[in-house]
Design a protein around this ligand. Structure first.
Ligand code: GLC
Ligand code: CA
Length: 665
């Protein structure tokens, strides 16, 4: 057990806060808001969200405090995988609008001092892309060119003389990664759907063609990209069989054979040098099929002589609820496992010049409340706020997905109409085909997995108002996917008017973080690692120390903090997700209510180098004033307010009289 240690500034070192902040890139401090355009806001009554819908809602992002919007693929596409199957990178999909609409979106976003990044898939195209159409023809007629722009193989011949795929790799969307093409009379590789053939990055012309695409959009003024499945663009040069781990299946997981391949760093460095280095942009590489913290350092460390990406999106924390990366095989997990994953990412990236991304849900993953806590109506708002405290007090850039700020949960039901997603539909089809005699049991399990993990959980439209379809589209229009029943209290309009709503909490937390820069870049240290209910960690810089304490259980729990090196004397409660602050401290034990989350900040010593430290502290606390109303103490409401010019006013009590924020406990 550690001896109690005070959480205070290191008085022997220079105060580096201001310097550190100056050196930070804009995207390191950002909240990036992911817009799944098709489910965001429909403006022309076709039941599908569109670019104009995003333009109309730009002030919404400003109010929430968002810095960057990330727009789902808007390119020409047959939409078999929500636009991640691109058939023309240079054209806007008419279901979303026109190039003029995109230009308007870019300029209107910039007018509001926000940035905009586009989502783009460079690992594969749609099979309808001209490049693929030419490539398949040119297998027979070399003169057409583009012969090697995709991966082609004659495959093998089985005992019956039938042509079979060249190996046993399993597609992310079920079945083989190889599809026979009648025109080419060869198989082609597709890690995802059969309509999404993989581009061959080993071919120099392919890379150059893709760099031109990137330049085209960057020259339109966008501020970066979310690069879909970016770690898959270099495959093993041979195509060996994957080892058999799935008994009874021909197709075997082969992620390690197509992710983070032999030339990946070479290609990413080249892309940076030829394209991204010429612009002030953020690049967010989605690392599907596995990436370790050490690999992430390779991709993002600022110490590397040849840069690659700004950030990676990693998945280990959302893979705890499945076996061996197979998302449909549900697994129970324990809190210490989640802590261990986050610890490793926080520590490895902080110590090695990398930068974390912090996220809990997106268009491929279920809602975080349902996954990490519970959707039970009694706890839903508390859980939403608990998770928000978690995400906003870790080190890294924050990504939030549309509706997260409204505390949206999984709909929790199964209908085929609600499962339009290609991955889910193919899994369900395969499950039905394989069910055989164990029919009922196998299908019950498959349904359960879809209810918990299906991608349409987060693809349903956002409830803006309590009108039909949540105001996503006209009342008499049919949304492309049913908008689930959210109830009046959970719609955005009601939540914006309620200072105690999940939305107001997110807004406050986004602002709070901006005013407590230690939370951006400070060190991270977990306390009481094995505790199955409480997650407590310190974030620390030379000037400040913060303590986050989260009760991840639905029961009241106590925490003997002194046993873990914590001295709470002089600390202040900055944030709590409960509205009433009970006198629950029986020194040295802290009692936490179900799903209670707190953020505390420690007192700052004013010893040497006194003036520097004091000045920086003063500046930080001056800017700490945000319109935040998240806790009560002894039944008085305390709030920190900002006037119209952004100048700090004294904290006031509910009767409007200036008071000081009392120390917690
Ligand atoms: C990424 C996208 C996902 C898509 C897949 C194939 O993982 O986030 O939605 O299905 O790539 O492009
Ligand atoms: Ca529309």
């Amino acid at each position: 057990m550690n001896s109690p240690e005070k959480c205070e500034i290191d008085t022997t070192a220079d105060c580096g806060e201001i310097d550190t902040l100056d050196k930070m890139r804009w995207w390191q401090r950002a909240t990036i808001y992911q817009v799944l355009i098709q489910s965001f806001q429909d403006t022309n009554g076709d039941g599908k969200g569109d670019i104009r819908g995003v333009v109309n809602r730009l002030d919404y992002f400003v109010t929430l405090g968002v810095d960057v919007i990330w727009i789902a693929p808007i390119y020409q596409s047959p939409m078999s995988d929500m636009g991640y199957d691109i058939s023309d990178y240079y054209t806007v999909n008419p279901i979303f609008g026109s190039m003029e609409d995109m230009e308007l979106l870019i300029s209107e976003t910039h007018k509001r001092d926000m940035k905009i990044i586009l989502d783009i898939a460079l690992n594969h195209t749609s099979s309808e892309h001209q490049w693929f159409q030419t490539s398949r023809r040119s297998r027979k007629d070399r003169s057409l060119g583009k012969r090697d722009w995709y991966f082609w193989s004659e495959g093998k011949v089985d005992e019956t003389g039938k042509r079979i795929p060249p190996n046993n790799w399993e597609s992310t969307f079920t079945g083989s990664t190889w599809e026979w093409d009648d025109m080419a009379e060869e198989f082609y590789l597709h890690i995802f759907g059969k309509n999404q053939p993989d581009l061959n990055w080993d071919c120099e012309d392919v890379r150059q063609a893709l760099y031109n695409v990137l330049r085209f959009w960057l020259d339109k003024g966008i501020d970066g990209f979310r690069l879909d499945t970016m770690n898959l663009v270099s495959k093993t040069s041979e195509f060996p069989d994957a080892p058999i781990v799935k008994k009874g299946s021909i197709w075997q997981p082969a992620n390690f054979l197509f992710a983070n391949g032999p030339h990946i760093h070479e290609y990413l460095q080249e892309m940076y040098e030829q394209v991204f280095s010429k612009y002030d942009v953020v690049t967010l590489g989605e690392m599907s099929c596995g990436v370790s913290p050490a690999q992430a350092v390779e991709y993002t460390s600022r110490h590397k002589p040849r840069p690659e990406l700004s950030l990676v999106i990693q998945f280990q924390h959302v893979e705890l609820d499945c076996y061996d990366g197979d998302k449909w095989l549900l697994r129970e997990w324990e809190l210490p496992e989640l802590k261990a994953v986050i610890n490793e990412w926080q520590a490895t990236l902080i110590d090695n010049g990398g930068w974390n991304t912090l996220w809990m849900e997106n268009h491929d993953q279920p809602r975080a409340i349902s996954r990490f806590t519970t959707s039970h109506p009694r706890f839903r708002a508390l859980c939403a706020k608990l998770l928000c405290v978690w995400q906003y007090t870790l080190q890294g850039t924050n990504l939030i997905f549309q509706g997260q700020e409204l505390g949206m949960v999984n709909p929790g039901m199964f209908t085929e109409e609600m499962n339009q997603d290609i991955e889910t539909a193919q899994y369900w089809k395969a499950a039905c085909e394989a069910a055989g005699s164990e029919h009922d049991e196998a299908l019950t399990l498959a349904k359960k997995a879809i209810i918990q993990k299906g991608r349409d959980n987060t693809r349903i439209p956002i409830p803006w108002t309590d009108a039909p379809h949540g105001g996503f589209t006209e009342p008499d229009c049919k949304p492309w996917i049913p908008a689930s029943e959210h109830g009046k209290d959970w719609c955005c309009f009601s939540q914006q008017k309620d200072p105690e709503s999940v939305w107001s909490f997110y807004r406050a937390m986004i602002r709070m973080r901006k005013n407590h820069p230690t939370l951006y870049y400070g060190t991270y240290e977990t306390l009481d690692m094995d505790n199955p209910f409480i997650w407590a960690y310190k974030r620390r810089s030379k000037l400040r120390c913060y303590l986050t304490i989260l009760n991840f259980s639905s029961g009241a729990t106590s925490w003997a903090y002194a046993e873990h090196g914590v001295d709470l004397k002089g600390s202040k409660l900055l944030i709590s997700n409960y509205l009433t602050q009970e006198a629950t401290l029986v020194e040295p034990i802290l009692l936490l209510r179900p799903f209670e989350g707190r953020l505390k900040s420690s007192q700052v010593s004013s010893s040497t180098p006194r003036q520097l430290a004091k000045k920086a502290w003063q500046e930080e606390s001056d800017s700490a004033a945000v319109p935040i109303r998240v806790f009560f103490i002894s039944s008085s409401v305390f709030s920190l307010r900002q006037d119209d010019r952004g100048t700090r006013q004294s904290p006031t009590s509910s009767d409007g009289q200036p008071t000081t924020v009392p120390e917690d406990e």
